[in-house]
Design a protein around this ligand. Sequence first.
Ligand code: KE4
Length: 427
Amino acid sequence: MSHNDTLFARAQRSTPGGVNSPVRAFRSVGGTPRFVARAKGAHFWDADGKRYIDYIGSWGPAIVGHAHPEVIGAVQAAAANGLSFGAPTEGEILMAEEICKLVPSIEQVRLVSSGTEAAMSALRLARGATGRDLVIKFEGCYHGHADSMLVKAGSGLLTFGNPTSSGVPADFAKHTMVLDYNDPAQLDEVFGRMGDQIAAVIVEPVAGNMNLLRATPEFLQTMRRLCTKHGAVLMFDEVMSGFRVALGGAQSLYGIVPDMTVLGKVIGGGLPVAAFGGRADLMQKLAPLGPVYQAGTLSGNPVAVAAGMSTLKIIQRPDFYERLGTQTTKLVDGLSAAAREAGEAFCADAVGGMFGIYFAGTLPGNYAEMMKCDKERFNRFFHAMLDAGVYLAPSAFEAGFVSAMHDDAVIDETVAAARGAFAQLNA
Ligand code: KE4
């Protein structure tokens, strides 16, 4: 019995499923979750002292590598001055100014403590600013666990959403319409029929919660055109893609200016910082100025902001994203070559420091194609890699993340492990 097993059994006595977030429980891949004892750079060590190359990085925040000395130092210095005040601090101004500088579509920004909170608040603001109730999201995209976002496509293609979680009243879901990702014609049709009822369209411009899936330029351009024409708020959920796919996020890659942006993960550097921001005329509707209420005891927490600011400074250094992209591309090219050698139906994709691997012959272009990827084969590959000391996302439908510390030696070790894993699949 490994110490992970002992800890998992013990954890399940006091916490539902033994975890504080469902994906960590390994239910999609089976087996025992690894309890992290410590992490440094591209690696973490589990409760048994086994070292893993980490391709989760806390689902994105650890982009500069775990326990970066500058980030740790900034946190220690901030903590020595007190942990939380419930009063404004200069650090929050500096963080807000940095975000507005790095994401020009954001004229004003409000800091919160999680991506869920940021997306939920942004949607309330869009509804308050437009006086409309209907929100459009896309199947396969995840925007946190606020009630109105836990919705799946209705029975008919264009009927209103049905809850994906019990505890969400049908009434809370009925104002959320779930459409198909990368289907601009469907957007055109819906806006043509009910554009004046739509408060907002929220989308992951590079999706990462159904595995990595790129939006087509036409999909996002159509969204932009229709939101402008009908006065709906175009909202990019860049909690995952922000500062991950590029310094300016996915919006900088596609050259599309959303009305609002939701951020998280990297901007906290591993501590709880998230944010929502955008056009000043929208943001001015927020309390204490305007009628849309939103609040948070730990919003803009000084210690968390210190971790985020330190991380934002590091990622702005010369060639940070060029190197990150190079390493991520080396990874997916290496994995694809190993799969080809093994005759495996496999492909991979990378955008900046984010990647996806697919047990399929061709890159999926939408949710339906993504769902056809071979989940069971991924699960076997996942465990073979885990045994070899490589920690991938414990689900066939999650993205992977590379840090600045994933150097050539780390990538080479990963690819060598993949050769062994593919061989095991065919043994
Ligand atoms: P949080 O509330 O988990 O901080 O953020 C929610 C969220 C919002 N928007 C996007 C695009 C996101 O990816 C997320 C959270 N991502 C998941 C990863 N699939 C977090 C991992 C987890 O749920 O434990």
